[in-house]
Design a protein around this ligand. Sequence first.
Ligand SMILES: NC(=O)C1=CN([C@@H]2O[C@H](COP(=O)(O)OP(=O)(O)OC[C@H]3O[C@@H](n4cnc5c(N)ncnc54)[C@H](OP(=O)(O)O)[C@@H]3O)[C@@H](O)[C@H]2O)C=CC1
Ligand SMILES: O=C1CO[C@H](CO)[C@@H](O)[C@@H]1O
Length: 334
Amino acid sequence: MAELADRYVTFYNGQKMPIIGLGTWQATDEEIETSIDAALEAGYRHIDTAYVYMNEPALGRALKKWFDSGKLKREDLFIVTKLPNFGNRPESVEKYIKRSLDNLQLTYLDLYLVHHPVGLQEKEGEMLPKDDSGNLLVDKSTDIISVWKAMEEQVHAGRARAIGLSNFNVRQISRIVESCCIRPANVQVELHIYCQQKNLVSFCEGLGITVCAYAPLGSPNLASFVKMIGDNPELIPTFSPLTEPIVIEIAKQHNKAPAQVLLRHIIQRRIVVIPKSTNPTRIQDNFKIFDFQLTTEEMEKISSLDKGHEGRLFGAGMLHGIHTHPEYPYDGTD
Ligand SMILES: NC(=O)C1=CN([C@@H]2O[C@H](COP(=O)(O)OP(=O)(O)OC[C@H]3O[C@@H](n4cnc5c(N)ncnc54)[C@H](OP(=O)(O)O)[C@@H]3O)[C@@H](O)[C@H]2O)C=CC1
Ligand SMILES: O=C1CO[C@H](CO)[C@@H](O)[C@@H]1O
């Protein structure tokens, strides 16, 4: 059994974030209810969503059911959601956090993240506002510093216990840290065996900022999403962490599944993971990562699989037009 301390990371303000949470991107309303039930029964206490995933209302209903049953209390859970790109304006932050809280039927969030440094224009009801040529409607006037000030106000107002950033690069995090009153508590970025974010992780560690890994299994459904939004799935790299031979070999040694080794490798680096699944068996399996340990040699073997920025799946190949924004974060450097 894992020590209790192994199951959390601790923010600089003392708040504890469960080191594994359930990802919910692409989960439909119907899937949310069964996956939340399966996850909470399996022991998950941390759920990751976002305004743009459009499943906050279903998640809110599922959570209410658990609270009403008396099986769990609000303070037992760690709920994360995110400010949409089209809310990246200081005057929009309060509006969107209030909408998320209403959707989730909650009075506070444990962590509220700026989803992305790139601001988009607002087109009511559209999650990815685009022009007639299919280019994202970027808003080049985004001022990430003033957006952050508005995020800080959400902590003062009691709507968020902690605030953080997602998809920001090291230089952007550094700009926020230099001018902030409340430091980001957590930074959520793409992180898996081929994109290990070694520089960003050590930069954040040095500042006492925790890191959360999205797409820890390599987001195997990404190409179908890219096709669905009208982008070219052929531009998405075909890396597949789940079928990496070194991972399969290590998994056999431990009598574990490749997904469990991928997740274990990340939490052993003291990084939070949020694997998404709507399949109850996989939800349970993904949580069974506290009863084995990778050896130093195994950690090193997996560490050597890193491709740095080349290993990124969520890059310029998707969201046509996003790279024209001055805050586009993935230019191949830190
Ligand atoms: N901040 C950001 O910009 C982003 C945040 N995120 C967050 O991170 C979460 C995780 O990332 P995501 O992109 O979903 O990708 P993941 O790497 O978590 O992969 C999820 C996919 O893997 C499948 N899967 C889950 N468990 C297993 C298993 N044990 N074996 C084999 N396949 C499995 C799932 O299918 P099935 O459901 O059928 O099990 C699903 O298709 C998101 O859900 C979201 O909450 C994600 C992307 C960007
Ligand atoms: O969380 C996310 C999942 O992927 C989507 C497409 O890029 C984004 O909305 C967002 O980054």
